[in-house]
Ligand binder design. Structure first.
Ligand code: VTB
Ligand code: MG
Ligand code: MG
Length: 339
């Protein structure tokens, strides 16, 4: 039966491309990182939280069936001993892939016990993720499928918000914009409020904010403002599966960074779209909640069990899964030990 053959991976084996099983393998990795990082929620020590999540993510990544290279890692910020840019991960066989990691997006949220910290992993075919190393920040606009075709980062804020309201069939007063709470956004926030739209500040974690903006029923319609470039690429991998759009423009902080970008051949006026940030249409995104948030519930601990909630998406099929898991404490001790 021809139809059945198309559905059956066994009858059409190709080990050169990442396949659908990879999605579920990735969840195991973000679960481990979230549990390890979650063990540090509320202790005020973001470095140790991050270190624990990095270690767990690194260990689990090597059990995944792929030949990965970390293109978005921990390496840019500090000389991290693990998950640095260029590091090989995976079991070394199988498809060649680009890997983007953020063991904790929201280390401060984790340390302080605030909402919306996530553990995140994105994978795409090798050589298809944008190299974010030249410019740390990016101006972003993210919204869901309904308004994806009507927004343009080059337009004034008020025009984009009017267009989004129209596309969503809402009054502009019913539009909520997620914005990182930073002094650099003072003007942006003023412009948003002048239209009548509402601002929902987040302290950190614009990957969670962006995905909430792109997904229905989260109470957030759009994300605007300047956040990390790496987080923009990770977001693009998720958007490829959920639909919607991310538009980004690199936002150098000074002349040195501007020059570095020009030297790297980048056009600072270009509006980078979802397809520019990840050119592959075969990409994967997995995230597990560390603290409770708009998108996911955080890690919960009881005497014998740890429960996690994750989201995993695959762009080729457009499948979005919410995965609830229960882990037995004694079997996870290896990753949760506070050493
Ligand atoms: C955001 C946010 C991150 O960095 O990208 C932000 O998603 C941007 O940098 O959680 P600033 O904090 O300097 O504004 C984080 O807050 C940390 O990675
Ligand atoms: Mg991080
Ligand atoms: Mg981050």
């Amino acid at each position: 039966n021809q139809d059945f053959a198309e559905l059956s991976p066994r009858l059409n084996v190709s080990d050169s491309e990442p396949d659908r099983n990879l999605a579920l393998e990735l969840v195991r990795v973000t679960e481990a990182a979230a549990i390890a990082g979650g063990n540090w929620v509320g202790y005020g020590d973001k470095n140790r939280a991050d270190g624990a999540a990095v270690d767990a993510m690194r260990a689990l990544l090597d059990t995944v069936h792929f030949n990965g290279v970390v293109v978005i890692g921990e390496g840019e910020k500090d000389e991290a001993p693990m998950l640095f840019n260029g590091e090989r991960v995976g079991d070394g066989s199988g498809p060649v892939v680009d890997v983007a990691v953020d063991p904790i997006d929201g280390t401060r949220l984790t340390a302080m016990g605030y909402n919306n910290a996530l553990s995140v992993l994105a994978v795409a075919e090798g050589g298809t993720m944008f190299d974010p190393s030249a410019v740390f920040y990016m101006d972003k606009l993210v919204t869901g499928p309904e308004a994806a075709d009507v927004v343009d980062l080059r337009l004034p804020v008020k025009d984009n918000l009017r267009r989004i309201a129209k596309a969503l069939n809402k009054d502009i007063q019913q539009v909520t914009v997620c914005v990182l709470d930073r002094p650099r956004h003072e003007t942006l926030v003023k412009e948003i409020r002048e239209t009548g739209a509402r601002v929902r500040f987040i302290m950190d974690g614009d990957v969670a904010g962006a995905i909430a903006a792109a997904r229905p029923g989260t109470g957030v319609d759009v994300l605007m403002g300047i956040g990390g470039t790496p987080e923009g690429i990770v977001t693009a991998c998720a958007i490829k599966a959920t639909g919607g759009v991310i538009q980004g423009r690199l936002a150098p902080v000074d002349d040195d960074e501007r020059q570095a970008a020009i030297d790297a051949g980048l056009d600072l006026d270009q509006v980078l779209t979802t397809d520019d940030l990840v050119t592959s249409d075969n990409c994967y995104f997995a995230a597990t909640g560390i603290t409770d948030g708009d998108l996911l519930r955080g890690v919960r601990y009881s005497k014998d069990h740890i429960s996690t909630q994750s989201i995993v998406m695959r762009s080729k099929s457009g499948t979005v899964r919410i995965v609830e898991a229960e882990h037995q404490v004694d079997k996870w001790r290896h990753y949760t030990e506070k050493t």
